[in-house]
Design a protein around this ligand. Sequence first.
Ligand SMILES: NC(=O)c1ccc[n+]([C@@H]2O[C@H](COP(=O)([O-])OP(=O)(O)OC[C@H]3O[C@@H](n4cnc5c(N)ncnc54)[C@H](O)[C@@H]3O)[C@@H](O)[C@H]2O)c1
Length: 394
Amino acid sequence: MTLRVAIVGLGWAAQSIWLPQLRQHPAFAVTAVVDPHPVALASFARQGSESQGSDIRVLADVDELPAGSVDLVVVAVPNHLHCAVGCRLLAKGLPVFLEKPVCLSSGEADRLAAAEHSGGAVLLAGSATRYRTDVRALHSLATTLGRIRHVELAWVRARGVPDAGGWFTRRRLAGGGALVDLGWHLLDAVSPLLESITFDQVVGTVSADFVDNPDCRAVWRQDHAARPRCGDHGDVEDTARGFLVTEDGVGVVLRASWASHEARDVTMIKIEGTAGTATLCCTFGFSPDRRRGSTLVHTRDGDSAPVAVTDEPIGTEYRRQLDHLSSLLADPASRGRAIQEARWIIGAIERVYESARLSGARLRDESARLSGARLRDESVNPPCRQGAHSWKPS
Ligand SMILES: NC(=O)c1ccc[n+]([C@@H]2O[C@H](COP(=O)([O-])OP(=O)(O)OC[C@H]3O[C@@H](n4cnc5c(N)ncnc54)[C@H](O)[C@@H]3O)[C@@H](O)[C@H]2O)c1
């Protein structure tokens, strides 16, 4: 049976990932698209209405999608609208596939869970990295590593600050920066490996050294095309670093960077267990600054051996996730699972931000204290200027 799909949000993710993938997939037929913005609709029309099919309904709001009109709604709107749009659709009983980040707070997770419960339709989540061949090989190797003690997660881009008219770099609209964007993928990729995903302790820092530099933009997104801008300066981090400890004592080191001084984008996942270590190095996502291929290495008792990983074309994981969607939709056990997984990811992200905010506040207090002390000191001992004699109390 072919599943009728509506796509909500016709931006980069819809037009570069979901529309092409769904169009080529025999199990799905796109029957409606929803976007209120003329620029997005014009770009959709330019993509070639002949290849889209003339029977696709073009709508301006999800209210125009009645219950029962489609079998699945793919939602790819800006982050701050995920919860509101997802809840409206779920409450009508329409099954939803929500792009990451599924939610921006634990409160939003509660609202989505309530809408899934009351509407009776399932919520599925964008979780593409788990469908990569190299990540699957890592998961399978992890089963041989004994008890997991420590995990290192890093996605460090050379240059790749997404812009999208500015919403990606506005906290109010994006919920955060690289941590919400790339960190979500990293945590999602390893969540099936961790027995306890409740974090006992979390510390983190954030920085924003590249976010406003136009040379650091994600060029593959072509975001600067005629788009209304939300503002010129970002107020989110381009880099986040965290150290998290689960309730059962597993350490998780997390680093997410939209830009850096590196030449290539590198994603690294290292799992240390009682019986060995597995290290995956690859490049997630669509950036052209890629590492060549993926490597997976198994280390045990001083010996390191490569594990064969098949390289695949960029974006294959999205197609593979679609292959799995029909069975997820049909499985009653899917109900509640996506939001449960999203809840622990957003819980971890909230705590890294909270720690970074507190340490940032402490730093500001300390520098205010130091500059206050300096001012007080200078009023008693004025600083010695070049060419002037130092003042000495008589
Ligand atoms: N899984 C991945 O690898 C991946 C990659 C890119 C983006 N994403 C996610 O997809 C989402 C969209 O990202 P993007 O890069 O496409 O952003 P974008 O800004 O390019 O597209 C968002 C689209 O949503 C539309 N929109 C805004 N309000 C709407 C509403 N109320 N109803 C319908 N449409 C509305 C906008 O007009 C725009 O066309 C984000 O949450 C992002 O995190 C995921």
